[in-house]
Design a protein around this ligand. Structure first.
Ligand code: SAM
Length: 288
């Protein structure tokens, strides 16, 4: 760390605010700034609280300027640094994998809470692997479970496999298009999915950093088929879900009524809708 007066963190913080103010809220800019300092200058929040006038070295400054430039183009921080935390675990991400969202952590929490008293081994199928955040964290916190995860994207599966190694868990990853499957390979006790569920019409209200950088394969479905993945997964679950099995979905709040109708039409007796922390109808728990 240098203590010349030129490159103080305070100055750099001001620069981040002035460059990024059109893209992010002030609190988000601070959060981004602290993560950058932790990642590229090895400085913790505590270091900074104690001394905001710490100076950076020239190479650190060059790096943090480059990062600022990339951020100013709208590229999400997670893709720049190449990693995220999810359920207190580290995951690498790249342009082929969706950035795991806090709501999805809530989904994993809901599932883990549901099974707290079940200590037996269960078989789990996750559909739409992405970075592997759902299957890897389920396996990490429930070591007895047998977890399989399917994604159509080879690149996503590649990344998820690396993340499984990184977190020292074994997950059976399969590269397959769920939409062309006629049956599942066996009966699963738990099926979970955060499938693509945003309709094309919603694009106009979405932030540019999501639209330009995150994989559209992971996000969007046609306006005419908003429940495409839910329908397919529920159809496969008719024979592929164990007798007392449960399905957990992350859902689009816009199509709750249609999802309820679909589950009833396919013979499932219950479709409980659960709100996320921001009060949106975000999860469904479906049983026979
Ligand atoms: C919303 S992302 C969820 C990723 C991850 N589970 C998460 O929560 O961050 C949906 C995932 O479904 C995958 N996907 C899209 N179409 C698919 C298909 N036909 N079959 C299997 N997976 C598919 C995408 O590649 C993407 O990884």
């Amino acid at each position: 760390m240098h203590f010349s007066n030129n490159h103080t963190i305070e100055k750099l913080n001001k620069k981040y605010h002035s460059v990024l103010s059109e893209l992010y809220e002030a609190s988000e800019i601070d959060a981004i700034f602290f993560i950058c300092l932790e990642t590229y200058a090895n400085l913790s929040r505590l270091d900074l609280q104690m001394n905001f006038s710490i100076c950076l070295t020239e190479p650190q400054l060059i790096y943090l300027d480059d990062v600022l430039y990339e951020l100013s183009t709208g590229r999400p921080l997670q893709y720049i640094i190449g990693k995220v935390t999810f359920m207190d675990l580290f995951f690498d991400v790249n342009k082929h994998t969706l950035i795991p969202r806090p709501e999805t952590e809530e989904l994993v929490d809901l599932i883990l809470e549901n099974y707290t008293s079940t200590k037996s081994s269960i078989s789990v199928l996750d559909i739409g692997t992405g970075s592997g955040c759902i299957p890897i964290s389920l396996k990490y916190y429930e070591k007895n479970w047998n977890v399989t995860s399917i994604d159509v994207s080879e690149k996503a599966i590649e990344m998820a496999k690396l993340n499984a190694v990184k977190n020292a868990v074994e997950v059976n990853f399969i590269c397959e298009d769920i939409l062309v499957l006629d049956t599942l390979d066996k009966k699963y006790d738990l099926i979970v999915s955060n499938p693509p569920y945003i309709i094309e019409d919603e694009k106009k209200d979405m932030a540019n950093n999501v639209l330009s950088y995150e994989p559209h394969l992971a996000l969007f479905v046609d306006n005419s088929t908003p429940l495409l993945f839910y329908k397919k997964i529920l159809e496969l679950a008719i024979n592929g879900l164990a007798e007392n099995g449960i399905i957990y979905f992350e859902i689009n709040p816009l199509f709750v009524i249609e999802l309820n109708a679909l589950t009833a039409q396919l013979g499932f007796s219950s479709c409980e809708i659960i709100n996320d922390m921001s009060g949106k109808e975000r999860f469904a728990r479906v049983t026979r």
